[in-house]
Every structure is written in structure tokens, then in C-alpha cells.
Design a protein around this ligand. Structure first.
Ligand code: 2P0
Length: 332
């Protein structure tokens, strides 16, 4: 089509070292606490967007988890169209290169790639900060995937959300040895989605204020540990932070338990390996998968041991990755 505006973006998912779990403003997606993540090379979404059509937005996604959220994606497109002052309906094709398994952050890479591609296709020229703010309104964790390496999502305090966005704390090359090994223990869809789960936690968990308070301290510890490349400080704080988040999930009404027997098998194994001197810690998100934090020199041994655990179906090794970027090659 002659006046069709098309753009393609690639974005990596991210895994949080200090978690985002709860919104102080659900409409603008503003968090109760700041969070920190690593952008993960190896968990990638590519999205092409063109604005030209009439009728309905056409959305073709190979990711079931994201497809469920089509209504939210249309809302996000409306937000971008309004900002750009355009009206054309969108055609979107999106491909994710990792399994649509529960808790592998496909909404982060998906909404980050969609935001960048749609903004470019709509003719918007946005700074990384403004892209991050826009992506945040599509899905909170997506604001972190705009940037590469080690990334902090600032809580902010403004009611309009203009100071709640992600910043790079350190680029990927700052700590090239850092590894996250995602262990796929289950391909079943998660019982409660993140959005509903965190809303329920804020509303009913009696420990939620303590979560916010201690997560804010964890953020300081992890930021400092990243800057000084202190693996033990970062990994120990990340593991405890994930356990505290799960403690809030388990103590909501009704309780949410994402762990399966395989989740616990991996958690116990990692703790035992540590007793033998292997630097390995774990984190988990809103699902049963376990992500192991380790360093490159120990990766082969960690992988060998993971392959012997009954509950681990497969692993995906993630290195510190690049932020979202436009690419010339389109999907249609
Ligand atoms: C995180 N999670 O920091 C946390 C840890 C899950 C557990 O961000 O409602 O898909 O779209 O803002 O970003 C997953 O939640 O939720 C998430 P919305 P999102 O990575």
C-alpha cells in the first residue's frame, strides 16, 4: 500500500532481580515499589506493525499468553494512535522465539516490541524514557525491556506517571559473565495471571506493606551489587526477594500457589549445590518456572546438574541482552 507506514522491532524479555508486584495506580500501571531486572538475550519477540487498514485491527501473534490479552493490545494501539494523531487500523504480526510457558515474561518482550514498532510506524520519535513510559502503560514489566543490560524501573511519585520509567543501571558488557538459566518445569498455563494476582495481593495480603518496605531496601542492595559486580550480594538478595514476593502471593485470599513439586525440587537442589561451593541462586515469577542465577565459569556444571533433575523439562540460558531496537527486516 502506497501510504502504509510499517516498522519492525525486536525486544528481549527481562527477568527481575527485585520484583514488581502490585500497582498503586492500575490504570496508568504505576508500581508500589521500584524493581530491577536483567534484559535477557535469548528470550526474544519480533513484531511488525503497519498502520493503514480500515475496519478492525488485525493481530497475528504466535503467543497464546499474549493472544489472551488482545483487548489490552487494542487499548495500547489506541493510546499510540492518539499520541500520534493518526487513525489507521493496525496490522500486527508478532513472533516469540521462546516457549509460551508460564512465567517467562512474554508480555515484557511482547509489549516492548509492540510499543517500539507501533510508535515508529505511527511516525512518533520518542526518547528511551518516553518509550519506556509508553510501554509501561501496556504492561508494567515491558518498560524494563526497552533498555538493555541491568535495568531499574523507577517507582516515581507523580500521579501522572511521568517519573515512573526504566533506566539502564549498567550495559550488558558491564557484567558479561552473569547468567540466568530458565528451567522449564511445566508448560501448563498458570492458574492466575500476573495482573489479577497482583491486584488480589494488594487488596488482601496482610503482609503487603512489609513487601513494599523490604523490596525498596532490596533494590538498593541489588543496585549497589550490580555496580560493584558482587554476585553473592545480588543473587542472595534476589533469591530472598523472590521468596518474599511468593510469600505475599501465598497469603492472599484466596491463596495463590504457583509452585509445583518440580519448582521445589529445583529450589532445594540449588540450595544444596551452594553448600558444595557452587555459586547458584534462584528466582521465580508468577508461575512454576525457576530461573537460576549463576556465573559463566559455573554454567556447564549447573546445566549438567539441572539435566539430572526429573522435573526439569528443558533449560534456556540467558546472557545480559540488548534493549529493544528497530530492524529493517519485516515479518510481512
Ligand atoms: C516482575 N512480574 O517484576 C514481576 C514478578 C511477575 C512477577 O512483572 O499487569 O505482565 O501487565 O503490569 O508486567 C509480570 O507482570 O503485569 C511481572 P502488568 P506484568 O517481572
Amino acid at each position: 500500500m502506497a501510504n502504509e507506514r510499517k516498522a519492525t522491532a525486536v525486544a528481549n524479555a527481562n527477568i527481575a532481580l527485585v520484583k514488581y508486584w502490585g500497582k498503586r495506580d492500575p490504570a496508568l500501571i504505576l508500581p508500589y515499589n521500584g524493581s530491577m531486572s536483567m534484559t535477557c538475550e535469548g528470550l526474544q519477540t519480533i513484531t511488525t506493525v503497519a498502520f493503514a487498514g480500515e475496519g478492525q485491527d488485525e493481530i497475528i501473534i504466535n503467543d497464546d499468553e499474549l493472544r489472551k490479552d488482545e483487548k489490552d493490545i487494542r487499548g495500547h494501539l489506541d493510546r499510540i494512535r492518539k499520541l500520534a494523531g493518526i487513525q489507521g487500523k493496525a496490522r500486527i504480526v508478532s513472533e516469540t522465539n521462546f516457549p509460551v510457558a508460564a512465567g517467562l515474561a512474554s508480555s515484557a518482550s511482547g509489549l516492548a516490541a509492540l510499543t517500539l514498532a507501533a510508535a515508529a510506524a505511527a511516525g512518533l520519535q520518542l526518547s528511551p524514557k518516553d518509550l519506556s513510559i509508553l510501554a509501561r502503560q501496556g504492561s508494567g514489566s515491558a518498560c524494563r525491556s526497552i533498555l538493555g543490560g541491568f535495568v531499574e524501573w523507577k517507582r516515581g511519585s507523580q500521579p501522572d506517571g511521568t517519573d515512573s520509567y526504566a533506566l539502564q543501571v549498567a550495559p550488558p558488557q558491564h557484567w558479561p559473565d552473569f547468567r540466568m538459566v530458565a528451567c522449564i518445569v511445566s508448560d501448563k498455563a498458570k492458574p492466575v495471571g500476573s495482573r489479577a494476582g497482583m491486584a488480589q495481593t494488594v487488596a488482601t495480603c496482610p503482609y503487603y506493606p512489609q513487601w513494599v518496605e523490604t523490596a525498596t531496601k532490596d533494590l538498593e542492595t541489588v543496585r549497589q551489587g550490580i555496580l560493584t559486580k558482587d554476585f553473592l550480594a545480588v543473587a542472595a538478595a534476589a533469591e530472598l526477594n523472590a521468596l518474599k514476593m511468593h510469600a505475599t502471593m501465598m497469603t492472599t485470599t484466596p491463596p495463590i500457589i504457583y509452585w509445583t513439586p518440580a519448582t521445589l525440587e529445583v529450589m532445594h537442589a540449588v540450595r544444596a549445590w551452594r553448600e558444595e561451593g557452587i555459586p547458584a541462586y534462584f528466582t521465580m515469577d508468577a508461575g512454576p518456572q525457576v530461573k537460576i542465577l549463576t556465573l559463566e565459569p559455573q554454567l556447564a556444571e549447573v546445566e549438567r546438574r539441572l539435566s539430572q533433575l526429573e522435573g526439569v523439562a528443558r533449560t534456556i540460558v540467558c546472557t545480559p541482552g540488548q534493549g529493544a531496537a528497530l530492524q529493517e527486516k519485516h515479518l510481512f
